[in-house]
Design a protein around this ligand. Sequence first.
Ligand SMILES: [Zn+2]
Length: 315
Amino acid sequence: MRLTPREMDRRELLLCAIGAGVAALWSRTASGQRPRTRLIFLGTGGGPRPKKEASAPAQVIVAGDTAYVVDCGNGVARQLVLAGVPLPTLRHIFITHQHSDHVADYGNLIWLAWAAGLKTRVDTWGPPPLQQMTRLFFEMNIYDIKTRMADEGRVPLVPLVHVHERTEGGVVMQDDNLKVTAALVAHPPVTPAFAYRFDGADRSIVISGDTVRSDNLVKLAQGADVLVHEALFVPAVDRLVAHVANAPTLKQHIVNSHTAVEDCGRVAEAAGVKTLVLSHLMPADDPAVTEPMWIDAARAHFRGTVILAKDLLEV
Ligand SMILES: [Zn+2]
Protein backbone atom coordinates (compact mmCIF):
# COMPACT_ATOMS: atom_id res chain seq x y z
CA MET A 1 0.00 0.00 0.00
CA ARG A 2 1.31 3.46 -1.00
CA LEU A 3 0.52 6.39 1.22
CA THR A 4 0.12 9.99 0.08
CA PRO A 5 2.33 12.53 1.95
CA ARG A 6 -0.72 13.70 3.87
CA GLU A 7 -1.58 10.15 4.94
CA MET A 8 2.06 9.56 5.91
CA ASP A 9 1.95 12.64 8.14
CA ARG A 10 -1.16 11.32 9.76
CA ARG A 11 0.39 7.91 10.28
CA GLU A 12 3.54 9.40 11.79
CA LEU A 13 1.43 11.53 14.08
CA LEU A 14 -0.46 8.43 15.16
CA LEU A 15 2.76 6.50 15.80
CA CYS A 16 4.15 9.47 17.76
CA ALA A 17 0.97 9.58 19.83
CA ILE A 18 1.21 5.85 20.58
CA GLY A 19 4.88 6.25 21.42
CA ALA A 20 4.13 9.15 23.74
CA GLY A 21 1.40 7.11 25.41
CA VAL A 22 3.76 4.23 26.05
CA ALA A 23 6.44 6.62 27.33
CA ALA A 24 3.89 8.26 29.62
CA LEU A 25 2.92 4.86 30.98
CA TRP A 26 6.51 4.00 31.76
CA SER A 27 7.27 7.37 33.32
CA ARG A 28 4.12 7.13 35.42
CA THR A 29 5.41 3.82 36.73
CA ALA A 30 8.84 5.31 37.34
CA SER A 31 7.47 8.40 39.11
CA GLY A 32 5.66 6.18 41.56
CA GLN A 33 2.04 6.95 40.69
CA ARG A 34 1.63 3.24 40.35
CA PRO A 35 3.22 1.51 43.37
CA ARG A 36 6.63 0.03 42.72
CA THR A 37 5.78 -2.75 45.12
CA ARG A 38 2.71 -4.25 43.46
CA LEU A 39 0.24 -6.54 45.20
CA ILE A 40 -2.02 -8.73 43.07
CA PHE A 41 -4.65 -11.09 44.45
CA LEU A 42 -4.50 -14.40 42.59
CA GLY A 43 -7.11 -16.27 44.62
CA THR A 44 -9.45 -14.94 47.27
CA GLY A 45 -11.75 -17.80 48.25
CA GLY A 46 -11.01 -19.48 51.58
CA GLY A 47 -11.31 -23.24 52.06
CA PRO A 48 -10.25 -26.33 50.14
CA ARG A 49 -13.38 -26.79 48.01
CA PRO A 50 -12.84 -25.53 44.43
CA LYS A 51 -15.33 -22.77 43.62
CA LYS A 52 -16.72 -21.14 40.50
CA GLU A 53 -16.65 -17.70 42.07
CA ALA A 54 -13.09 -17.46 43.40
CA SER A 55 -9.75 -19.16 42.98
CA ALA A 56 -7.88 -20.65 45.95
CA PRO A 57 -5.74 -18.49 48.26
CA ALA A 58 -2.62 -16.99 46.68
CA GLN A 59 -1.19 -13.56 46.09
CA VAL A 60 1.86 -12.17 44.38
CA ILE A 61 3.98 -9.19 45.25
CA VAL A 62 5.90 -7.90 42.26
CA ALA A 63 8.89 -5.68 42.96
CA GLY A 64 11.72 -4.88 40.58
CA ASP A 65 10.37 -7.36 38.01
CA THR A 66 10.68 -10.14 40.56
CA ALA A 67 7.71 -12.22 41.71
CA TYR A 68 7.24 -13.12 45.38
CA VAL A 69 4.32 -15.53 45.70
CA VAL A 70 2.53 -15.93 49.01
CA ASP A 71 0.66 -19.24 49.26
CA CYS A 72 -0.03 -21.63 46.41
CA GLY A 73 -3.70 -22.53 46.28
CA ASN A 74 -4.97 -24.62 43.39
CA GLY A 75 -4.57 -22.78 40.08
CA VAL A 76 -1.86 -20.36 41.19
CA ALA A 77 0.26 -20.75 38.03
CA ARG A 78 -2.69 -20.06 35.73
CA GLN A 79 -3.76 -17.11 37.88
CA LEU A 80 -0.25 -15.61 37.55
CA VAL A 81 -0.57 -15.91 33.77
CA LEU A 82 -3.99 -14.22 33.89
CA ALA A 83 -2.47 -11.47 36.05
CA GLY A 84 0.22 -10.88 33.42
CA VAL A 85 3.08 -11.92 35.69
CA PRO A 86 5.63 -13.95 33.66
CA LEU A 87 6.16 -17.33 35.34
CA PRO A 88 9.97 -17.24 34.83
CA THR A 89 10.10 -14.17 37.13
CA LEU A 90 9.16 -16.42 40.08
CA ARG A 91 11.92 -16.00 42.69
CA HIS A 92 10.47 -16.64 46.16
CA ILE A 93 7.52 -18.61 47.54
CA PHE A 94 6.25 -18.00 51.07
CA ILE A 95 3.87 -20.54 52.59
CA THR A 96 1.75 -19.40 55.53
CA HIS A 97 0.66 -22.85 56.72
CA GLN A 98 0.15 -26.44 55.67
CA HIS A 99 -3.50 -26.49 54.64
CA SER A 100 -4.37 -27.74 51.16
CA ASP A 101 -6.04 -24.51 50.06
CA HIS A 102 -2.65 -22.81 50.61
CA VAL A 103 -0.28 -25.48 49.28
CA ALA A 104 -2.16 -27.64 46.74
CA ASP A 105 -0.17 -26.14 43.85
CA TYR A 106 3.12 -25.44 45.64
CA GLY A 107 5.04 -28.02 43.61
CA ASN A 108 2.98 -27.42 40.49
CA LEU A 109 3.84 -23.71 40.49
CA ILE A 110 7.59 -24.40 40.47
CA TRP A 111 7.29 -27.24 37.96
CA LEU A 112 5.04 -25.30 35.55
CA ALA A 113 7.13 -22.11 35.86
CA TRP A 114 10.15 -24.21 34.87
CA ALA A 115 8.21 -25.65 31.93
CA ALA A 116 7.40 -22.04 30.99
CA GLY A 117 11.07 -21.05 30.89
CA LEU A 118 12.22 -20.54 34.48
CA LYS A 119 15.99 -21.05 34.59
CA THR A 120 16.92 -19.29 37.81
CA ARG A 121 16.97 -19.98 41.53
CA VAL A 122 13.76 -20.23 43.55
CA ASP A 123 13.77 -20.03 47.35
CA THR A 124 10.79 -21.38 49.25
CA TRP A 125 9.98 -20.56 52.86
CA GLY A 126 7.44 -22.07 55.19
CA PRO A 127 6.52 -24.58 57.87
CA PRO A 128 7.63 -28.23 57.89
CA PRO A 129 7.32 -30.56 56.10
CA LEU A 130 8.14 -28.20 53.21
CA GLN A 131 11.45 -29.99 52.61
CA GLN A 132 9.81 -33.39 52.34
CA MET A 133 6.97 -32.06 50.19
CA THR A 134 9.46 -30.58 47.74
CA ARG A 135 11.59 -33.71 47.57
CA LEU A 136 8.61 -36.04 47.12
CA PHE A 137 7.02 -33.75 44.55
CA PHE A 138 10.11 -33.87 42.36
CA GLU A 139 10.37 -37.63 42.89
CA MET A 140 6.75 -38.09 41.83
CA ASN A 141 7.27 -36.06 38.66
CA ILE A 142 10.79 -37.15 37.79
CA TYR A 143 9.72 -38.72 34.49
CA ASP A 144 8.53 -35.41 33.04
CA ILE A 145 11.42 -33.46 34.52
CA LYS A 146 14.04 -35.78 33.03
CA THR A 147 12.22 -35.99 29.71
CA ARG A 148 12.09 -32.22 29.30
CA MET A 149 15.73 -31.85 30.27
CA ALA A 150 16.81 -34.42 27.67
CA ASP A 151 14.24 -33.63 25.00
CA GLU A 152 13.90 -29.84 25.31
CA GLY A 153 17.32 -28.96 26.71
CA ARG A 154 15.96 -27.47 29.92
CA VAL A 155 18.23 -26.76 32.87
CA PRO A 156 18.04 -29.27 35.76
CA LEU A 157 15.06 -28.25 37.91
CA VAL A 158 15.87 -29.78 41.27
CA PRO A 159 19.08 -27.77 41.96
CA LEU A 160 17.23 -24.50 41.29
CA VAL A 161 15.00 -24.91 44.34
CA HIS A 162 16.21 -24.05 47.83
CA VAL A 163 13.84 -24.88 50.67
CA HIS A 164 13.91 -23.12 54.02
CA GLU A 165 11.73 -24.62 56.73
CA ARG A 166 10.72 -22.20 59.46
CA THR A 167 9.16 -22.74 62.85
CA GLU A 168 9.69 -19.28 64.41
CA GLY A 169 8.89 -15.68 63.59
CA GLY A 170 11.52 -13.05 62.78
CA VAL A 171 13.34 -11.77 59.70
CA VAL A 172 12.94 -14.27 56.87
CA MET A 173 15.01 -12.73 54.09
CA GLN A 174 16.05 -9.44 52.57
CA ASP A 175 17.09 -8.44 49.07
CA ASP A 176 17.25 -5.26 46.98
CA ASN A 177 13.47 -5.05 46.76
CA LEU A 178 12.01 -6.29 50.02
CA LYS A 179 12.61 -7.13 53.63
CA VAL A 180 10.40 -10.01 54.70
CA THR A 181 9.47 -10.66 58.33
CA ALA A 182 7.28 -13.42 59.73
CA ALA A 183 5.19 -13.71 62.88
CA LEU A 184 3.56 -16.77 64.37
CA VAL A 185 -0.22 -16.63 64.30
CA ALA A 186 -2.75 -19.10 65.73
CA HIS A 187 -4.69 -21.36 63.39
CA PRO A 188 -5.43 -24.47 65.43
CA PRO A 189 -4.73 -27.27 64.98
CA VAL A 190 -2.27 -26.31 62.22
CA THR A 191 1.06 -25.22 63.61
CA PRO A 192 3.19 -23.33 62.93
CA ALA A 193 1.12 -20.82 60.97
CA PHE A 194 2.70 -17.56 59.80
CA ALA A 195 1.78 -14.04 58.80
CA TYR A 196 4.33 -12.27 56.59
CA ARG A 197 5.29 -8.62 56.32
CA PHE A 198 6.91 -7.23 53.16
CA ASP A 199 8.66 -3.87 53.51
CA GLY A 200 9.43 -2.40 50.10
CA ALA A 201 10.96 0.92 49.05
CA ASP A 202 7.59 2.59 48.65
CA ARG A 203 5.23 0.71 50.96
CA SER A 204 4.68 -2.15 53.37
CA ILE A 205 2.27 -5.03 52.94
CA VAL A 206 1.23 -7.58 55.57
CA ILE A 207 -0.52 -10.85 54.78
CA SER A 208 -2.25 -12.50 57.73
CA GLY A 209 -2.36 -16.09 56.52
CA ASP A 210 -5.07 -18.04 58.34
CA THR A 211 -5.45 -17.02 61.95
CA VAL A 212 -7.75 -16.30 64.82
CA ARG A 213 -7.66 -12.70 66.00
CA SER A 214 -3.96 -12.33 66.72
CA ASP A 215 -1.91 -9.95 68.88
CA ASN A 216 1.24 -11.12 67.08
CA LEU A 217 -0.35 -10.00 63.84
CA VAL A 218 -1.20 -6.60 65.35
CA LYS A 219 2.50 -6.19 66.28
CA LEU A 220 3.76 -7.36 62.89
CA ALA A 221 1.40 -5.02 61.03
CA GLN A 222 2.17 -1.86 63.06
CA GLY A 223 1.97 1.16 60.74
CA ALA A 224 1.80 -0.93 57.55
CA ASP A 225 0.29 0.57 54.44
CA VAL A 226 -1.74 -2.51 53.56
CA LEU A 227 -2.99 -5.35 55.76
CA VAL A 228 -4.46 -8.31 53.94
CA HIS A 229 -6.57 -10.18 56.48
CA GLU A 230 -8.44 -13.47 56.14
CA ALA A 231 -12.11 -12.92 56.91
CA LEU A 232 -15.05 -14.94 58.13
CA PHE A 233 -18.65 -13.81 57.89
CA VAL A 234 -19.89 -15.67 60.93
CA PRO A 235 -23.67 -15.58 60.28
CA ALA A 236 -23.06 -17.41 56.99
CA VAL A 237 -21.14 -20.33 58.51
CA ASP A 238 -24.26 -22.47 58.97
CA ARG A 239 -25.08 -22.10 55.27
CA LEU A 240 -21.43 -22.75 54.40
CA VAL A 241 -21.40 -26.14 56.12
CA ALA A 242 -25.04 -27.05 55.41
CA HIS A 243 -24.25 -29.58 52.68
CA VAL A 244 -21.50 -31.59 54.33
CA ALA A 245 -21.79 -34.69 56.49
CA ASN A 246 -19.27 -33.40 59.06
CA ALA A 247 -21.07 -30.08 59.52
CA PRO A 248 -20.79 -29.70 63.32
CA THR A 249 -17.04 -30.51 63.38
CA LEU A 250 -16.35 -28.33 60.36
CA LYS A 251 -18.28 -25.42 61.85
CA GLN A 252 -16.29 -25.75 65.06
CA HIS A 253 -13.00 -25.70 63.12
CA ILE A 254 -14.01 -22.68 61.07
CA VAL A 255 -15.18 -20.57 63.99
CA ASN A 256 -12.25 -21.51 66.27
CA SER A 257 -9.44 -21.00 63.78
CA HIS A 258 -10.41 -17.95 61.74
CA THR A 259 -11.18 -14.26 62.28
CA ALA A 260 -14.64 -12.75 62.18
CA VAL A 261 -14.71 -9.83 59.75
CA GLU A 262 -15.58 -7.41 62.58
CA ASP A 263 -12.35 -8.46 64.31
CA CYS A 264 -10.38 -7.88 61.08
CA GLY A 265 -11.41 -4.24 61.50
CA ARG A 266 -10.32 -4.26 65.15
CA VAL A 267 -6.91 -5.74 64.25
CA ALA A 268 -6.41 -3.17 61.48
CA GLU A 269 -7.32 -0.35 63.87
CA ALA A 270 -5.00 -1.63 66.61
CA ALA A 271 -2.15 -1.97 64.11
CA GLY A 272 -2.77 1.52 62.70
CA VAL A 273 -2.65 0.41 59.07
CA LYS A 274 -3.88 2.64 56.26
CA THR A 275 -5.76 0.04 54.21
CA LEU A 276 -7.41 -3.24 55.18
CA VAL A 277 -8.02 -5.73 52.40
CA LEU A 278 -10.35 -8.62 53.17
CA SER A 279 -9.36 -11.83 51.40
CA HIS A 280 -9.48 -15.61 51.96
CA LEU A 281 -13.20 -14.98 52.20
CA MET A 282 -15.41 -17.45 53.99
CA PRO A 283 -17.83 -17.74 52.36
CA ALA A 284 -16.61 -16.58 48.95
CA ASP A 285 -19.62 -17.88 47.05
CA ASP A 286 -22.69 -17.05 49.10
CA PRO A 287 -24.77 -14.50 47.18
CA ALA A 288 -26.50 -13.56 50.44
CA VAL A 289 -23.24 -12.03 51.72
CA THR A 290 -22.71 -8.94 49.61
CA GLU A 291 -19.71 -6.63 49.22
CA PRO A 292 -21.31 -3.84 51.32
CA MET A 293 -21.99 -6.37 54.09
CA TRP A 294 -18.32 -7.38 54.25
CA ILE A 295 -17.07 -3.81 54.09
CA ASP A 296 -19.55 -2.38 56.60
CA ALA A 297 -18.76 -5.13 59.11
CA ALA A 298 -15.03 -4.37 58.97
CA ARG A 299 -15.52 -0.61 58.87
CA ALA A 300 -17.50 -0.61 62.09
CA HIS A 301 -14.20 -0.86 64.01
CA PHE A 302 -11.65 0.66 61.60
CA ARG A 303 -11.19 4.22 60.40
CA GLY A 304 -9.00 3.49 57.37
CA THR A 305 -9.86 2.25 53.90
CA VAL A 306 -11.48 -1.20 53.54
CA ILE A 307 -11.30 -3.14 50.29
CA LEU A 308 -12.91 -6.49 49.47
CA ALA A 309 -10.41 -8.52 47.46
CA LYS A 310 -11.34 -10.17 44.19
CA ASP A 311 -9.31 -12.54 42.03
CA LEU A 312 -6.80 -10.57 39.92
CA LEU A 313 -7.43 -7.30 41.76
CA GLU A 314 -4.29 -5.20 42.13
CA VAL A 315 -4.03 -3.04 45.25
ZN1 LIG B 1 -6.00 -22.81 56.94
